[in-house]
Design a protein around this ligand. Structure first.
Ligand SMILES: *Cc1c(COP(=O)(O)O)cnc(C)c1O
Length: 455
């Protein structure tokens, strides 16, 4: 287990009773005093702890190996290292990061089926043994330059129900598996198990049960060739927040029985997973500043809601982040809705609004349509559930810098992590719900806003 120390972590402990939302409000107030309107993230590590405990309760048999690419912050990796998870790394730099925080190589899976040789040599020299593959070519590379690898065969699965498909690019089709296993045996390589990924942002739990059943077939193929496989890796794809179409537990309700059927506990097969989005999405909130504003009037276009034939007014807000920054996932079909950081006044008028990013790219639009009050330049909007694939994928296109991330954790959550790090997770904790940063006090959900009539 790793000790969890604030050394070289830039971490704030808000005062007792201050939740993430209050903290954001404080920062916003400070920002206006300092004349600093840069967008910023707040990452609540207590939320990461919550997610871990929820994982352990829902799927006690499955060890999570956090997918570092999702958010490669030292604070998050350190938190998860202290909680005892493993890590899914895809490159030399990710391996370096995880190992620099004292994680043992046995807790790393090099889960990139197509690896650069120099990165492979690095992983090998640093004791990382578990890794995925899905082709003959990769087996040849491994045989040449890897010291005692433990190979995991990645299979292609049905990922039609996911936001981000992967099986066009990665994974061996079932028909090819016997040949790959034979080839590995001829090269004297040890294949210890099977992995898959149902695609990120999965919306169909059945994809897991089908994939688990397919993995069973590959275990049986391996057995025929004399392999005694002992590892099943069910990948990532789990939802990152309860705003998703399906809740996490709706997935685990399908996964657990599928495992019991195909890989019962007495089979001796160790089951791991590679959650990314699940662990970090809800921990981060992004605050963006309105840097410019326009009123667009569409003449003689009656807004049905108004019913008076008036011209349709759209407020266009320009904010200081965008699709080249934290909102890149828009290009892949993700949509976002803003929240206000202050409570709406009871009689506050609401308007059709559009939210643009700050770059000179005409397609840099964050929200095509939403309902918001009349806000002024210098005011702020919040976006919740912004932890996954935001900081790690953003660019500085047009010279706009990435928002800073401020990490916070409540004293209570901090103590829990220390305790788990030192003693492991006691049985009582697996059931009990620990105290968390209090739930947000003034979060006005964007959906509620949308439900309000157009004024
Ligand atoms: C990206 C990735 C993950 C994480 O996926 P999430 O959908 O974020 O859980 C896990 N495993 C592999 C191999 C990946 O490429």
């Amino acid at each position: 287990m790793n000790s969890f120390t604030p050394v070289d972590l830039d971490l704030t402990f808000p005062e007792e009773g201050i939740c993430a939302q209050d903290f954001i409000e404080q920062r916003i107030n400070e920002s206006s005093m300092l004349d600093s309107e840069d967008a910023f993230f707040v990452g609540d590590l207590g939320d990461v702890l919550q997610k871990h405990l929820r994982w352990v309760r829902a799927m006690p048999r499955i060890t999570p190996f956090y997918a570092v690419k999702c958010s490669d912050s030292r604070d998050v990796v350190m938190t998860l290292a202290a909680l005892g998870t493993g890590f899914d790394c895809a490159s030399k730099t990710e391996i370096q990061l995880v190992q620099s925080l004292g994680v043992d190589p046995s807790r790393i899976i090099y889960a990139n089926p197509c690896k650069q040789i120099s990165h492979m040599k690095y992983a090998s020299a640093h004791g990382v043994q578990m890794m995925t593959f899905d082709s003959e070519g990769e087996l040849m590379k491994v045989a040449r330059c890897y010291e005692s690898p433990k190979l995991v065969l990645r299979i292609a699965v049905n990922d039609a129900g996911s936001m981000f498909a992967m099986s066009n690019k990665f994974g061996a089709k079932l028909e090819r598996c016997p040949l790959l296993l034979e080839q590995a045996r001829e090269l004297g390589l040890d294949v210890i198990g099977v992995s898959f990924h149902v695609g990120s942002g999965c919306t169909d739990p059945e994809a897991y049960s089908q994939a688990i059943s397919d993995a069973r077939r590959v275990f049986d193929m391996g057995a025929e060739l004399g392999y005694n496989m002992t590892l099943l890796d069910i990948g990532g794809g789990f939802p990152g927040s309860d705003d998703s179409k399906l809740k996490f537990e709706e997935f685990t309700a399908v996964i657990n029985p599928a495992l019991d059927k195909h890989f019962p506990a007495h089979s001796g097969v160790r089951v791991i997973a590679e959650p990314g989005r699940y662990y970090v999405s809800s921990a981060y909130t992004l605050a963006v500043n309105i840097i410019a504003k326009k009123v667009e009037i569409e003449e003689k276009m009656a807004c049905d809601d108004e019913g008076d034939g008036a011209n349709k007014r759209t407020l266009m807000y320009y904010v200081n982040d965008g699709i080249h920054g934290s909102f890149l996932a828009i290009l892949f079909g993700t949509s976002y809705l803003p929240s206000l950081y202050k409570k709406l006044k009871p009689d506050e008028r609401l308007y059709h609004c559009k939210i643009w990013g700050q770059t000179c790219d005409g397609t840099d639009c964050i929200v095509e349509q939403c309902i918001l009050p009349d806000l002024q330049v210098g005011e702020w909007l919040l976006f919740h559930n912004m932890g996954a694939y935001t900081v790690t994928v953003s660019s500085t296109f047009n010279g706009f810098q990435k928002p800073e991330v401020h990490y916070i954790i409540s004293r209570r959550a901090w103590q829990w992590i220390q305790q788990i790090s030192a003693q492991g997770l006691p049985v009582s904790m697996k059931e009990a719900c620990p105290s968390r940063t209090p739930p947000c006090c003034v979060r006005e959900s964007s959906l509620e806003l949308l439900a309000k009539p157009c004024l």
